[in-house]
Design a protein around this ligand. Structure first.
Ligand SMILES: Nc1ncnc2c1ncn2[C@@H]1O[C@H](COP(=O)(O)OP(=O)(O)O)[C@@H](O)[C@H]1O
Ligand SMILES: [Mg+2]
Length: 309
């Protein structure tokens, strides 16, 4: 069977900004894939090219083996799209908004009730869209994307700005859909947790390029040989004071928080050595946190920046 989406070496510039430098992606049927990257990474530009809203300068995009040119109608029938920012008509209520979009696809009215139920907006069906909360707006946008029972969902930052419980509601809807195995999805996000919870594969993007890709486990195994110790101390302790430097992958001191952050090969082996050094130098711990590397840490290691910056 053909992959649901094939992106071959696409490039896109806006005047002097190289938004997408050379990206290739392949998404299998039934797969959920995350494009994970900070603001300005090029996520929306990539999505809009897949959605047929923009054309790449060079490169090729195939959806179910079809290019956009000449197949617009067919592709619109199988795609469900939610843009990074959805503008609704303020003077329509939730049900009327869905009815308007349903009329584009000539869907039966019963589909609207099904969607209201799916995205948990039944009790808001008569509310004007201008009075919806952020989470409700995002769920309405998702409901519109789901109206035509799309094979392929393309969601641009569906949970950005939502509080954790509203985000969780969107996740639940997407996980329910995943169960039937018939929906393919690309979602963009700068939440590491979202990418790892929802998606089979993660593509980390920055400056219009792929930095890394794989399943969460593959990414963590391949790129993050290490565990993290974060601590702060009372007394004098400098970089020169760290013992067994051959076991340290990275040392950083954050001036703002006065915290040391250490990446070591083996936490259990290193921690006693550090503690011993503290004792000989008369230094005492004021905070200590030990953890495995996350994708956020990985991203910082790769780019020197945080995902949510
Ligand atoms: N219409 C546009 N005109 C000029 N530059 C743009 C336009 N859209 C996006 N860009 C630039 O392209 C880069 C990628 O943007 P975008 O695809 O929106 O990234 P993301 O969605 O990851 O935040 C950024 O540097 C952005 O400023
Ligand atoms: Mg964007």
């Amino acid at each position: 069977m053909k992959p649901a989406i094939q992106v071959h070496d696409i490039i896109k510039s806006y005047k002097d900004v190289k938004a997408v430098r050379s990206i290739s992606l392949e998404i299998a049927r039934g797969e959920y894939m995350a494009l994970l990257g900070p603001n300005g990474a090029g996520k929306t530009t990539i999505m809009e090219m897949i959605e047929g809203i923009q054309k790449p300068d060079t490169g090729e995009i195939l959806i179910n083996g079809l290019e956009w040119q000449g197949n617009e109608k067919r592709l619109h029938r199988i795609l469900g799209i939610s843009l990074q920012e959805t503008r609704f008509i303020d003077k329509l209520n939730v049900r009327e908004t869905l009815a308007l979009f349903a009329s584009f696809y000539k869907l039966p009215r019963s589909r609207i009730s099904t969607i209201l139920d799916m995205v948990n907006l039944e009790n808001k069906s008569t509310a004007y869209t201008e009075n919806l909360s952020g989470g409700q707006r995002q769920r309405l946008a998702l409901g519109i994307a789901l109206l035509n029972q799309p094979e392929i969902l393309l969601l641009d930052e569906p949970t950005t700005g939502l509080d954790p419980s509203a985000r969780r509601e969107v996740w639940n809807i997407l996980m329910d859909l995943k169960e039937n195995g018939e929906t393919t999805m690309i979602l963009t996000t700068h939440y590491m947790e979202e990418a790892s919870y929802l998606c089979d594969r993660i593509v980390i993007i920055d400056h219009g390029k792929v930095l890394a890709r794989g399943t969460l486990d593959e990414l963590l195994t391949k790129y993050s040989a290490g565990e993290i110790i974060e601590f702060s101390v009372g007394g004098t302790f400098t970089e020169a004071d760290f013992p067994a430097k051959q076991n340290i992958i990275k040392i950083k001191f954050d001036q703002n928080t006065s915290k040391w952050s250490l990446v070591v090969q083996d936490l259990v082996e290193y921690l006693p050595k550090l503690q011993h050094e503290f004792e000989t130098k008369n230094v005492y711990l004021t905070s200590l946190e030990c953890r495995k590397m996350t994708l956020d840490d990985l991203f910082i290691q790769m780019t020197g920046r945080r995902l949510d910056e």
